[in-house]
Ligand binder design. Structure first.
Ligand code: PNS
Length: 158
């Protein structure tokens, strides 16, 4: 049986930190679906279509990874796609509380889906999508923090 995992997130935009987690996780699973969560209540810099495009652009060379989006619950999507695991990254202790409650909510919805956590590697643990946006808006070079597809998208948006 194929071991499928879902890597859910806002990915607004995807960063090299996300990619690092994804590359490492892709060795542990047969297939990973990067799942962009569509949240109409949250202000997003990039549209879902743009986020999917940036992720697709960043995935070259990772064979067993697909990209999709959903407006629904992550665990529901996982179940519908035969996945028993979610993947999340942890950068620092400050991530723990959020991940703890998110995991509790997911577990409440579906006890059969487990979340596997990958610690971010040194050098990636300060990168967040919101920092990227602030840095870019302040004119700081972000090319070593995000995939090329993200830099291109920022340029197009200007
Ligand atoms: O990148 P983020 O914003 O930290 O990711 C959070 C995300 C998208 C994984 C989480 O909010 C999520 O799974 N949203 C979809 C709706 C859902 O399943 N919520 C979980 C319990 S209410």
């Amino acid at each position: 049986m194929k071991r499928i995992a879902i890597y859910p997130g806002s990915f607004d935009p995807i960063t090299n930190g996300h990619l690092d987690i994804l590359k490492r996780a892709s060795k542990a699973f047969d297939e990973i679906i990067v799942l962009v969560a569509e949240n109409d209540e949250k202000h997003s810099r990039f549209t879902v279509k743009e986020r999917l495009e940036m992720i697709e652009g960043a995935l070259k060379g990772i064979e067993n990874v697909k990209v999709d989006s959903t407006k629904g619950l992550t665990v529901k999507y996982a179940k519908d796609h035969g996945a028993k695991f979610l993947i999340r990254g942890l950068r620092a202790v400050s991530d723990f509380e959020y991940e703890f409650t998110l995991n509790a909510a997911n577990e409440y919805i579906d006890h059969d889906i487990d979340t596997v956590y990958f610690m971010s590697t040194i050098g990636h643990n300060f990168i967040s999508s919101s920092y990227i946006d602030s840095l870019y808006s302040s004119g700081v070079d972000i090319t070593s923090l995000v995939p090329k597809s993200v830099v291109e998208m920022y340029k197009q948006k200007k």
